[in-house]
Design a protein around this ligand. Structure first.
Ligand SMILES: [Zn+2]
Length: 450
């Protein structure tokens, strides 16, 4: 079917009809794809732990931004067995991390279309020097997904860039002695022979790096904070800590709602799995902790991301401090709230006392570069930036800025420039120098220079 489409003379130039293989993010040029917007993914996946294989069918509903003769999905997963577009078999080829699809009938600008990709085999994780192990990760009993920044394509054919958020449905089938968790709200599970099927619905637009499944033998507990359902699950190895993790999550959630405004999703919780990854990820609704019982700080950090990162999402990876600086500053604020003697100002001073050659001052958090995007400066100097903002505008205005950022951009995106503009609007102060010095200038900011 590959040559079934012929363009008539006078048709659009090729550049106008091929979807670009990336969205133009300089940190990840191949991430995402041009030419369309994903609206919804329906993920149907069966996992056999014994052979570590998946058999999956993913349906993407999307809208074409311009006429498309071909378009791409990001996919580094196993063998593709079939692709259809609007119910008709489509030609497809694979080129590194790209799945290039040629529909039998070219797509018109503005057209909503449905792409169904079926695949089978063993997904693998990405091993990267500074970014670590991520993507689809095999565990002792099952598997887990932690996909930031570009690991969703290890298990999903997807428009893998945070600038294109979509809603999701998950239908995950596993051997009946296991359970499958995913983002969002649980629907009724079903049993058939030796297999159990678990369904989850994510009705709020989600960045692909936050999409996750967690397959294992979970010990679980449920609770409520207001109308938010809190579901906490731990690997049996961490059974003794289930209640503690659950309580920490509930407490941090209550504090987050008063500090940042209404929680942006309907469910929350925590997942603690067995592989010792030495990091956690703020997977939408329920963060995943990789092989350790999270401290209070850790829980607060990952839950703060539900507002900052998950609900208000970066449009380009360069702005990652909007996620990590904010979540780190949430830890400082929470400690201040819990303890009379542990103020954010004290934490700021302890970092600011570090010598000019200290690592936190070497990388500007507003432009860290791909290799340093999860480096210490993005977290700590990012949080310090928020602290100097708070000092400049005062406590009340600072809290208004955080709440307004979360409210005005709920479910959408934000950039650094937009955050600076909001801070100036709320405070009535000129703040460009403060942000320039703290976010973009190399070296330790000198007192009086902002
Ligand atoms: Zn974080």
């Amino acid at each position: 079917m590959a040559a079934s489409v012929t363009l008539t003379a006078g048709a659009l130039a090729l550049a106008d009809v091929a979807g670009a293989p990336g969205v133009g993010d300089p940190y990840f040029p191949a991430s995402g794809n041009g030419g369309y917007n994903a609206l919804h993914y329906d993920v149907v996946l069966k996992y056999t732990p014994k052979t570590q294989t998946v058999a999956a069918t993913v349906t993407m509903t999307a809208r074409a931004g311009h006429p498309l003769r071909t378009f791409n999905l990001d996919f580094r997963g196993p063998r593709v067995t079939s692709v259809t577009v609007d119910g008709i078999r489509a030609a497809h080829t694979r080129d590194a991390g790209e799945l290039v699809i040629t529909p039998a009938v070219p797509l018109a600008r503005g057209e909503e279309f449905t792409t169904v990709v079926s695949y089978t085999g063993t997904p693998t994780s990405i091993q990267h020097g500074t970014l670590g192990t991520y993507g689809w990760i095999k565990t002792r009993e099952g598997a887990i997904v932690l996909a930031e920044p570009d690991g969703a394509s290890t298990w999903l054919p997807v428009n893998d860039h945070p600038s294109d958020k979509a809603t999701y449905d998950f239908t995950i089938t596993v051997p009946k002695h296991l359970k499958a968790l995913a983002n969002g709200e649980p629907l009724a599970p079903s049993l058939e022979g030796n297999w159990a099927t678990f369904r989850w619905r994510q009705p709020v637009a989600m960045a692909s790096y936050l999409a996750s499944v967690a397959i294992g033998k979970w010990e679980m507990t449920h609770g409520k904070v207001g109308d938010i359902t809190v579901i906490t699950a731990v690997d049996p190895k961490f059974k003794k800590s289930l209640t503690q993790v659950h309580r920490r999550t509930m407490r941090a959630l209550r504090w987050g709602r008063t500090t940042f405004g209404p929680y942006p999703f309907r469910t929350s919780g925590a997942i603690v799995d067995d592989p010792r990854l030495d990091y956690a990820l703020e997977t939408q609704d329920r963060p995943i902790y990789g092989g350790f019982v999270p401290s209070e700080d850790f829980v607060v950090h990952e839950l703060a991301h539900q507002w900052f990162g998950n609900s208000v999402t970066v449009r380009r990876w360069k702005d990652i401090w909007l996620n990590e600086g904010f979540a780190t500053y949430a830890e400082w604020m929470y400690r201040e709230h819990r303890s009379k003697k542990d103020s954010a100002a004290k934490t700021f001073r302890s970092y600011y006392r570090q010598p000019a050659k200290a690592p936190i001052f070497q990388t500007p958090p507003g432009a860290p570069g791909r290799e340093q995007m999860f480096g210490f400066p993005v977290y700590v100097r990012g949080a310090m930036t928020l602290h100097v903002l708070r000092q400049r505008v005062g406590d009340a205005k600072f809290r208004t800025i955080l709440k307004t950022w979360a409210a005005e951009r709920q479910g959408g995106h934000g950039t650094t420039e937009q955050f600076v503009a909001l801070s100036e609007r709320v405070s009535g102060k000129k703040l460009d120098k403060l942000f320039q010095v703290w976010l973009y200038k190399k070296g330790k900011p000198k007192r009086g220079s902002w």
